[in-house]
Design a protein around this ligand. Structure first.
Ligand SMILES: [Ca+2]
Length: 128
């Protein structure tokens, strides 16, 4: 089973277990698309990238921007899915710490609206 079918099944499972008032609106997997609060880009295959593919499958991401604590833009990408692995636009690893992201959507996302801001902890030392 590829990841896409897995996500689809996961999204359907959420849909059918949900009995909210807006059941007539088809919000596929609305509660299943969590945005990670941290990544550990140590290439162990676990949480190595900032994976927004579940969200992007629902509402295309026009642009993502990631800033450091000083408000300096370190990473920017159009049509984002899951490409960020803790490297800045020059391809250098950033330092361990807290970063901030701004996601702009192509359309109104049912959960996040037209844009979403948050923080992301990038940890190069963690070995999980
Ligand atoms: Ca990792």
């Amino acid at each position: 089973m590829n990841i896409k079918s897995y996500l689809l099944i996961a999204c359907l499972a959420v849909l059918y277990s949900c009995s909210s008032d807006d059941a007539d609106e088809l919000y596929l997997g609305q509660d299943d698309c969590k945005i990670s609060q941290g990544i550990s880009p140590n290439q162990d295959g676990l949480n190595d990238n900032f994976d927004l593919s579940c969200v992007a499958d629902r509402t295309p991401i026009t642009t993502i921007e990631i800033f450091d604590r000083n408000g300096r833009l370190i990473f920017k990408k159009d049509n984002y899915r899951d490409e960020f692995i803790g490297q800045n636009d020059s391809g250098s690893d950033v330092v361990t710490g807290t970063y901030f992201y701004v996601i702009s959507f192509d359309a109104q996302d049912p959960e996040f609206g037209i844009s979403k801001e948050g923080s992301l902890y990038i940890n190069f030392e963690q070995s999980n």
